[in-house]
Design a binder for this molecule. Structure first.
Ligand code: AMP
Length: 306
């Protein structure tokens, strides 16, 4: 089934205790569309880059059959630049700089051919832009949205407005606490559901994820990794794997969303093993399936009598 992804395309500077990468490929739409492209076709991308965006990366998107008809290239502008720094607790990061550049004037125009996409994934961008996107869509089956603390603190009202119109909201534990003003994640999820989305997914970094589906709950484990190199893009890769699998199966039931959460976690686990997009750039169905199966094996247990 068709999937439209809208979000940031970035040149990131990333510092972790294990190394530094400068002006490397990043952005929410990048990680989401690449992750989703392992599951479903067509994946359509809407975003904006400057003239400094490497041509070879555009070719890479095309090789993955990601449709770039909706990509705007501002030749005399600079691509969005984000500089993030992590300490040894890789769940915590600091945004050193966020230079919106061409994103500051971005008007997301959805090409006619994209408006009927069955699935829409709104990556982490200004919620005012997220709204402009869904208003142009013609009756999508499911809208998934992601965000980050930058928008929760800077554009809370606009974000709450977006939440009324989406079906699935994905955020991490600290964002859920900040948005809901609830310390407890169950209470936080219930409050966020009351803003609109009946399905809320709270990611807990290396501790897994919680899927709140109306009144049901699924607690997903994390894949136990021996080495984590760079967490950048893990959340977006999760969202891409999740919505990619939902779009492939065209099934939005609770049971299927549980599998989608595990596929999302699977792609996120590849993402963090290497710097920026290197962890997910070149996967195969075989390695994804193997890790999904291992995931299942690591977390399965039999019911027991007491
Ligand atoms: P994640 O680690 O999944 O939360 O996503 C990291 C990506 O989000 C990086 O590649 C950044 O380029 C991008 N990013 C960081 N801040 C913002 C922002 N304020 N708006 C849009 N994208 C951002």
């Amino acid at each position: 089934m068709s999937l439209l992804v809208v979000g940031s395309l970035a040149l990131d500077t990333i510092e972790t205790p294990f190394g530094k990468a400068e002006r490397t490929l990043g952005g929410s739409a990048t990680f989401i569309s690449v992750a989703a492209s392992y599951f479903t076709q067509p994946v359509r991308l809407v975003g904006v880059v400057g003239g400094d965006f490497p041509k070879k990366e555009l070719e890479y998107f095309e090789e993955r059959e990601i449709d770039l008809e909706g990509l705007q290239i501002v030749e005399d502008g600079k691509t969005f630049h984000w500089h993030g720094k992590y300490d040894y607790d890789l769940n915590n990061r600091e945004s050193i700089t966020t230079e919106l550049n061409v994103f500051a004037d971005f008007d997301p125009i959805i090409p006619d051919t994209f408006r009927k996409s069955r699935y829409l994934c709104l990556g982490n961008i200004n919620p005012e832009l997220q709204k402009k996107v869904y208003l142009q869509m013609e009756n999508p089956k499911l809208i998934v949205a992601d965000t980050m603390n930058f928008w929760i603190s800077g554009k809370k009202e606009a974000l709450i407005d977006v939440l009324q119109h989406i079906n699935v909201f994905i955020l991490n534990d600290s964002e859920a606490r900040e948005l809901s003003k609830e310390a407890n994640l169950f209470k936080a999820a219930k409050k966020i559901q009351s803003y609109g989305p009946k399905i809320v997914i709270i990611k807990k970094g290396e501790h897994g994820a919680l899927l709140f589906y109306e009144d049901e709950l699924f607690s997903a484990p994390a894949y136990p990794l021996e080495s984590i190199y760079d967490p950048t893009g893990a959340g977006d890769s999760f969202a891409g794997g999740f919505i990619g699998y939902i779009a492939k199966t065209d099934d939005i039931s609770f049971e299927n969303m549980k599998r989608a959460v595990i596929f999302g976690s699977t792609i996120a686990s590849f993402c963090v093993e290497k710097f920026s997009l290197d962890g997910t750039r070149d996967l195969s169905h075989l390695v994804i399936k193997d890790r999904f199966n291992e995931f299942t094996r690591f977390s399965a247990f039999e019911p027991a009598e007491l």
